[in-house]
Design a protein around this ligand. Sequence first.
Ligand code: KQY
Length: 368
Amino acid sequence: MTATPVNTPRLDGYRMPAEFEAHRGCWMLWPKRGDTWRLGAKPAQAAFAEVARAIRQFEPVTVGVDRDQWENARAVLPDEIRVVEISSDDAWIRDTGPTFVVGPDHRLRGVDWQFNAWGGLNGGLYFPWSRDSLVAGKVLAIEGAGRYRAPLVMEGGSFHVDGQGTLITTKECLLNPNRNPGLDRLQIEACLKDYLNIEKVIWIDKGVYQDETDGHVDNLCCFTAPGEVLLTWTDDPGDPQYERSRKAFDLLSTATDARGRRLTVHRIHQPEPMAATPDECRGLDVSETAKPRRAGDRLAASYVNFYIANGGIVMPLFDDPRDRDAADLLARLFPGRNIVGVKSREILLGGGNIHCITQQVPSGGNRP
Ligand code: KQY
């Protein structure tokens, strides 16, 4: 008996566009869990609402909300933001939402990865994650987009694509035994090629120091255009981030992409190292089923964790003297897009930033 071949985006001619290509809109989820977000998630909800408002200047935004937060979210968010009921375990739609792919006819479908809360019972961040696992399917149903169920355990923040056949990721995350212990690097590459329709994978060793996702690339570097990458950086050789960024710089600046181009690597200096304060940690619910967040823990702050919208960049601000230089650099790298900064410490305290809480829906057309 011969096995029925499983359809994949590659076989069907679907590909994942780069984030800098045109969008139909953006999805977010509403934060509420008290062991991730302090003070009953109120400060985080204000920050998420600010991000949603910033993105709404450029494209439609939908926010998925648990039943018991629906009225609250609806009251806090402006009318022009769509609010729909979707339950989830936490609010990281970059990781739990679908990765949209576009077909030859410009039709949308989505890849639904296997999710295990960044490592399952071997270093994952909370248990259970069963509601998170259903988020991608629910978003695709609302969007009326077909669903590819991918066999890989991974998250949307663990890779970036240039839309022209190249994917960047980190070994620290995708080769971590807490994701796909039964698969080797070549098997993982083959799966990425099938489900994202890419040709080349660039493997960086490690992501940002103390990043609780096991080094998601979306906090370390991203494509700003085909052939151009932006990398978080520090000039301080005494900082544990220094070696990580230097190695990534050396690798990226000698790598070629799927089209054979040498990459241009831009560096964006990280903010001053920062940590969670005792007061911030006192505001968290105590929980047996989630990673404890302790005062003094370094936060994985990076300016690279921004969202590229149609005509805009929504970037994290840290109340740091480097905020201004970071915004100026992004303005130079993204001519024609307005740079909008949002104070993001409350999002950072939960272990991610603006890119991690957003998921673009591509329009399939060219950049506007
Ligand atoms: O890097 C991301 N895409 C998400 C960060 C998730 C942090 C979970 N606490």
